[in-house]
Design a protein around this ligand. Structure first.
Ligand SMILES: NC(=O)c1ccc[n+]([C@@H]2O[C@H](COP(=O)([O-])OP(=O)(O)OC[C@H]3O[C@@H](n4cnc5c(N)ncnc54)[C@H](OP(=O)(O)O)[C@@H]3O)[C@@H](O)[C@H]2O)c1
Ligand SMILES: CC(C)(CO)[C@@H](O)C(=O)[O-]
Length: 301
């Protein structure tokens, strides 16, 4: 299997590095900058959850046209970069299945603007990765990963990708209902990310304080109503699931909190923002998500 990783940041470098280390033919496709320069010069420095660091030789380029045909493109840019990254990399998409491991809603639909729906895969991952410095990524936390076809029945490519990731040390399940998997992760992020970013608290405060618990519950309940209207049948209680993740990651600073703290753009539009716009389409009021979205946009501005 030939793989291209579009967006070799934290999660893209982790997945790409693990695949390369296990012998898969993988090319990281990034934007010019210090990180890509360091990857090209020194390989990837990957610090593992046990604290050890290894160096992995990786093929990296800023020129998608030079990569040649691939079987799978892993889309690992932030949600707000999906469309422009794919538009810059159409040469990679001729025959490839394109798989998103991004957080948020709307990524598979954006990918489907570039390839037929039968080639759109979507996954979720609870692994945690952090870009420590150019060329250096820390695998901060181990978690579950799932992948499946988003619009059609499970393809051989989805199964082969799950096997390749599992062989590379990223245990990956094939899911028949990828939209549900994506939504279930979104419901966790909708409950945790904006609230922790705005309040400046670690995730655990949303499970062990009354105001935190209230904001999480209201945001997730609104989003679950939108999921139901979107035709998604949840298999778990989404509020309990989000609270469980908040407790399990009690000391973590959510990705949105880190983004706001560092003055970076957040993925609010693909998370709570998408709940608000889909809610409007279905005639469902989402005042808590609307307020969280407005406040994060205000903080970003
Ligand atoms: N990190 C995690 O632990 C984790 C876990 C689960 C899910 N996710 C999801 O995975 C996605 C990526 O997150 P991340 O933390 O890995 O973000 P990140 O570290 O910011 O990585 C994104 C990478 O994409 C690159 N990029 C942007 N536009 C590009 C383009 N046109 N062509 C090529 N590369 C491009 C960026 O390059 P520049 O350096 O030039 O900006 C950056 O290297 C997000 O949706 C996130 O929610 C992350
Ligand atoms: C699970 C999660 C909320 C833990 O911090 C993570 O997905 C994040 O920060 O985006």
């Amino acid at each position: 299997m030939r793989v291209a990783v579009l967006g070799p940041g934290a999660i893209g470098s982790l997945f790409g590095g693990r695949l390369a280390r296990s012998g898969v033919d993988v090319t990281l496709v990034g934007r010019p900058g210090d990180h890509v320069t360091a990857l090209d010069r020194d390989g990837l420095r990957l610090t593992l959850p046990d604290g050890t660091t290894e160096r992995v030789a990786v093929d990296v380029t800023t020129d998608p046209a030079g990569v040649g045909p691939v079987d799978v493109v892993l889309v690992c840019v932030k949600a707000y970069d999906t469309r422009s990254a794919l538009a810059d990399a159409t040469s990679l998409l001729a025959d490839a299945a394109v798989c998103t491991f991004q957080n948020g809603l709307g990524n598979p639909e954006t990918i489907a603007e570039f390839v037929p729906e039968s080639r759109v895969l979507a996954g979720t991952t609870s692994h945690g990765a952090t870009l420590e410095s150019p060329g250096h990524v820390r695998h901060a936390g181990v978690g579950d990963t799932a992948v499946g076809n988003y619009f059609t029945d499970t393809s051989e490519t989805a199964t082969a990708l799950a096997r390749a990731l599992t062989d590379a040390g990223i245990d990956t399940d094939v899911v028949a209902d990828a939209p549900r998997a994506v939504w279930e992760k979104v419901l966790v992020n909708v409950g945790i990310n904006a609230a922790t970013a705005l309040a400046g608290v670690p995730n655990g405060r949303l499970a062990d304080t009354d105001p935190g618990e209230r904001v999480l519950r209201r945001a997730v309940e609104e989003a679950a109503a939108v999921a139901a209207a979107d035709g998604v049948e949840l298999t778990t209680d989404p509020v309990a699931a989000a609270s469980r993740v908040a407790r399990r990651t009690a000391e973590n600073h959510s990705s949105m909190r880190q983004d706001l703290d560092r003055g970076r753009k957040t993925e609010i539009d693909a998370l709570n923002g998408e709940i608000v716009s889909r809610g409007r389409e279905h005639g469902i009021d989402t005042p808590v998500n609307e307020t969280l979205t407005d406040l994060v946009r205000l903080a970003e501005s």
